[in-house]
Design a protein around this ligand. Structure first.
Ligand code: ZN
Length: 334
């Protein structure tokens, strides 16, 4: 499979003929980009949220670095999931393997978010690649049918997005619990695959979340850098009805984006959102089926070596979580 999966659907916003032309140009580059892509592409590509319009603009003229499996210089070959790939073990705030226990059986804290419920959706699942048939099953997202879930992307060195998202989710959970919030994850590495995108939305709905955030990193062309927050557009079709959450989700998105810039010092996407770091989409099941204020955040582009150096850094991931937390706290405090 290739990028021409759920990520390049025609229903996604395309602003101009120029972008369409760039899409074609970028598509021509994909075979090179896919060398070394390995099992991730074989099972479904980056998936919901990722690559949405990414690679359409800005990628032209900056060919995706062909990778034959050799680690990119910006991405450590060893597993950055064990901490900051650039520093000795133990120097990063919370290595992946310890992050869950860091939040562990935390006593209910009192704080500004006491009584508030936040659902964190770590995009994809580290084991999705072992369950191709299950995650390729189509689910109805109101406007159309799409894959249950996808594998997500990876750095050129092979570190999966699904490990990134879970690590950041753990860090964010800890920060929000410290503010008194009740936090629920849609998956915690405790399922053999998924959940499907419709279930990811349903978990937030059933929790009556005051805010929900789906964490991702993008899989775009080299040279495409920066983060963007995806907000739901107005959809009223089948089981999808976002009309009541468009405004609060936009506010949530703006606050998260603002805090993310301030805390991480990372610039908004240079390839989507016209420099705002904000993008509206109507094709994502995780947003279309949500009845609670919800946004996605694409924290950076895993396929760009400069962004990958940030994404694989434990200390940067802590800042990313801090930025999301401050945005959510700001939103919930009003
Ligand atoms: Zn993703």
């Amino acid at each position: 499979m290739s990028y021409t999966g759920p990520d390049f659907e025609p229903s996604q916003p395309r602003r101009s003929p120029l972008r369409r032309a760039l899409t074609v140009a970028v598509a021509a580059l994909v075979p090179g980009a896919l060398l070394g892509w390995g099992v991730y592409a074989a099972v479904g590509g980056p998936g919901e949220g990722d690559g949405g319009g990414s690679g359409r603009a800005g990628g032209a003229g900056t060919p995706a670095a062909p990778s034959s499996g050799a680690p990119a210089s910006g991405a450590p070959a060893s597993s950055p999931g064990d901490g900051d790939g650039k520093k000795p073990a133990g120097s990063s705030p919370a290595p992946t393997s310890k992050a869950p226990s860091a939040s562990g059986p935390a006593l209910p804290a009192s704080g500004p978010l006491t009584g508030k419920v936040v659902v964190i959706d770590p995009g994809h699942n580290p084991a999705n690649f072992q369950h191709a048939s299950e995650i390729n099953r189509k689910v109805n997202v109101g406007t159309h049918w799409k894959e249950c879930d996808t594998t997500g992307t990876a750095t050129n060195a092979g570190w999966p997005e699904a490990k990134f998202t879970l690590d950041v989710a753990h860090r964010l959970r800890t920060l929000l619990q410290e503010q008194g919030a009740t936090v629920k994850l849609t998956q915690d590495g405790d399922r053999s695959f998924g959940p499907c995108v419709d279930e990811r939305a349903r978990i937030g709905n059933e929790a009556k979340a005051d805010a929900a955030i789906s964490i991702h990193a993008d899989g775009s062309g080299a040279g495409n850098r920066g983060f963007h927050v995806i907000m739901p557009g107005s959809v009223h079709d089948g089981a999808a009805d976002t009309r009541a959450i468009v405004a609060p989700s936009a506010e949530l998105g703006e606050r998260v984006a603002g805090a993310f810039v301030r805390v991480t010092g990372t610039a908004p996407s240079n390839y989507l959102g016209d420099g705002t770091g904000l993008v509206t989409r109507t094709d994502l099941g995780g947003l279309n089926l949500s009845t609670v204020p919800k946004v996605f955040i694409e924290c950076g582009n895993m396929r760009d070596r400069t962004d990958a150096a940030l994404l694989t850094s434990g200390s940067w991931r802590q800042k990313a979580a801090q930025g999301m937390s401050e945005g959510i706290v700001s939103f919930l405090r009003g």
